[in-house]
Design a protein. Structure first.
Length: 292
């Protein structure tokens, strides 16, 4: 995870512009959707195909599966095929951690995580890599999965326990890693010093945080174009006249030191997941395997 976070930092500081990323292509099929995410850099090109099948959990299968095809940028020769689920779990959390590393208080130690799936686990690992986490409260609808989540951290040095929405008030960090379509908590609960990441949705009519959270916070997104196209957490307050697009800051601006990290108000990083992130980490994984 630390290598992945460093790769994201390096790409952004090296001049990568997320605004040039192709839009995610969503193709409806009978069982759900196919998400197609192409990208290119000077060294590599690639495409992720991520099928989303809402009926799969009832069958005991993952909701999201898929594969990533990595190509040479000059010849477009296929170089590697990667597991898109693992790649997505790592890259989403690594991008969140890269943002948190630049936004959160250095001594942030208390995390509230909404969700108990792969992204929740990845975010605990990633945020632990950039901040001295000591306590994690887990809020999830499925009690069995929440207990399994908690057991995984026995002997890890972290205090991980079940929590409720009230735990948000004492949190230094909050990670929203769910498939919720409506806000998970009242934004008035957030402490002024808190940093929040919301990664669970990429549709205009779905969101994990409310307008109060957005209005109270310094808001950072991966790219303005992607956020205004896909992030319901951003789109809905904009439509309601509660947020102006020019108030949004971008991850590239944050990496350059151009975003004021005001510690008298919360900081929100809203991610929808972008193709450049997959490409950066697929390239890093390929290079690590070759030099292995």
């Amino acid at each position: 995870m630390s290598v992945a976070i460093a790769a994201i930092h390096e790409a952004l500081r090296g001049g990568l512009d997320p605004e040039t990323d192709p839009a995610r292509d969503v193709v409806s099929v009978d069982a759900g959707q196919l998400l197609l995410m192409p990208a290119q850099s000077t060294r590599y090109a690639g495409v992720k195909v991520a099928p989303v099948a809402p009926g799969n959990p009832a069958r005991g299968l993952p909701r999201i599966q898929g594969a990533y095809l990595l190509l040479d940028a000059v010849t477009l020769t296929p170089l590697a095929i990667l597991d898109a689920v693992e790649l997505t779990a790592v890259r989403t959390a690594a991008v969140s951690a890269a943002a948190v590393d630049l936004l959160a208080a250095p001594d942030a130690a208390r995390l509230v995580v909404f969700g108990s799936g792969p992204q929740a686990h990845s975010h605990v690992e990633a945020l632990r890599a950039v901040r001295p986490l000591r306590h994690v409260s887990v809020i999830a609808r499925n009690e069995r999965r929440r207990e399994e989540f908690i057991r995984r951290y026995e002997g890890s040095g972290l205090v991980v326990e079940a929590g409720d929405v009230g735990a948000v008030a004492g949190a230094d960090l909050v990670a929203c890693c769910t498939t919720a379509r409506t806000p998970l908590f009242d934004g008035t609960l957030l402490a002024d010093h808190a940093t929040l990441v919301a990664v669970g949705s990429h549709e205009p009519d779905a969101r994990e945080v409310d307008e109060v959270t957005v209005r109270r916070s310094t808001v950072v997104v991966e790219a303005r174009s992607a956020a205004l196209r896909e992030a319901g957490d951003i789109i809905q307050p904009v439509r309601a006249g509660l947020l102006r697009p020019e108030e949004l800051h971008t991850l590239a601006e944050l990496a350059r030191g151009d975003v004021p990290t005001e510690h008298h108000r919360p900081r929100l990083f809203k991610s929808v997941g972008m193709a450049w992130e997959d490409l950066v980490l697929a390239g890093a994984a390929y290079e690590a395997a070759r030099t292995g």
